[in-house]
Ligand binder design. Structure first.
Ligand SMILES: *Cc1c(COP(=O)(O)O)cnc(C)c1O
Length: 343
């Protein structure tokens, strides 16, 4: 696929800002090129605009070449940049599943790009033919989310590949929760599809939502577009340093994921016991979607108990459901005890 043909003309013709750090990248004796003051090391210096050290670590960890990695201020940044680069405001559109993560719609709205929603089926699964039928000549991007938020399940791999294979535009697969799933990531497929973008993040399994670091994996054609239009220094020094530290503690992440998956199973079993719980849906993520009688009433009651969950009862296919993040054993017990007091 010719990625350039999909781009907005102004982006295709854009001459990006060239920062001091872009123009000279080697080691030097003195740096007098960026109007930084010479004191307060190391924070006086602008960060590496391409975050080479961090990408090198991610590259080894994910087995993806560094040139196929883009780092953003959370996943939110590549979501916005991709829409901005490829969708002409007021003309182009994106297609996504319903229900799904709300940021795709917000980013599209900000850019005056229309969103077409295609319902998942009753098993919360993707119907590739419906999605592909919704595409028209102004559809530039299809957003998928697997495991999906707020339903919690992975989308079927073959269905996703069918969409990627048959769509003449970008397919973005948001894998924010992939660490909690048994199903495989689409990352190994990256080299087969130059229209595929896989999003992952440090915000969930890594426990680093506060440092704002998201990853986009894609063909070099797409990565170079993102690099061209991003803010020159989009990832600050503190975040880059913290990320480098993180990789030394990868066992932590693995053990957190293991614990949370166990807790997810326990919590699901215990929730099923309540007479007001209609269904606890299968989850491949670190949260549970729970259908219950009077979801809104229970949501309000929990807030009175200072226990905050997410009310999804107004969301398509999630009617009468709450989304509950899996916490520590203690936190989950507090929730379960509060629910028991309702009996
Ligand atoms: C939480 C979440 C993210 C994470 O976004 P960041 O900007 O990286 O914190 C991305 N996608 C989905 C579906 C999420 O639920």
């Amino acid at each position: 696929m010719d990625i350039k043909k999909l781009l907005r003309d102004n982006i295709k013709n854009l001459k990006p800002y060239s920062s001091a750090r872009d123009e000279y990248t080697g080691q030097a004796l003195v740096y007098l090129d960026a109007n930084e003051i010479p004191y307060n090391q190391p924070y006086n210096r602008y960060p590496d605009p391409l975050q080479r050290d961090v990408k090198e670590k991610i590259s080894v960890q994910k087995n993806v070449p560094a040139e196929n990695i883009f780092l953003g201020n959370g996943s939110d940044e590549p979501i916005d940049l991709l829409i901005r680069a490829f969708c002409e405001p007021g003309i182009d559109n994106i297609v996504t599943i319903n229900p799904t993560y709300g940021m795709y719609q917000v980013a599209a709205d900000i850019n005056n790009v229309q969103v077409t929603y295609i319902s998942l089926n009753d098993d919360f699964q993707l119907v590739p033919s419906s999605l592909l039928e919704a595409v028209n000549k102004h559809t530039k991007i299809i957003f998928l989310c697997s495991p999906n938020n707020p339903t919690g399940n992975c989308l079927d791999m073959d269905s996703m590949v069918e969409v990627i294979d048959n769509f003449n535009g970008l397919v973005i697969v948001d894998e924010a929760y992939i660490d909690f799933a048994i199903e495989k990531s689409l990352l190994p497929q990256l080299s087969h599809f130059n229209n595929l973008v896989v999003l992952q993040t440090f915000s969930k399994a890594w426990g680093m939502a506060g440092i704002r670091l998201g990853m986009a994996f894609a063909s070099t054609e797409i990565i170079s577009v993102l690099n061209k239009i991003k803010y020159p220094y989009n990832i600050n020094i503190l975040t880059q340093q913290k990320a480098l530290e993180l990789f030394k503690f990868e066992e932590n992440k693995e053990s957190w994921v293991k614990t949370l998956v166990e807790e997810r199973g326990k919590l699901a079993e215990q929730l099923k016991e309540f007479p007001f719980v209609v269904e606890v849906y299968h989850s491949d993520a670190n949260f549970l979607l729970v259908k219950m009688h009077d979801a809104k009433g229970i949501y309000d009651y929990l807030i009175e108990q200072e226990i905050i969950v997410r009310d999804r009862s107004k969301v398509h296919l999630c009617e009468s459901s709450l989304r509950i993040t899996v916490g520590t054993e203690k936190e989950n017990e507090i929730l379960l005890n509060a629910l028991e007091d309702l009996l």
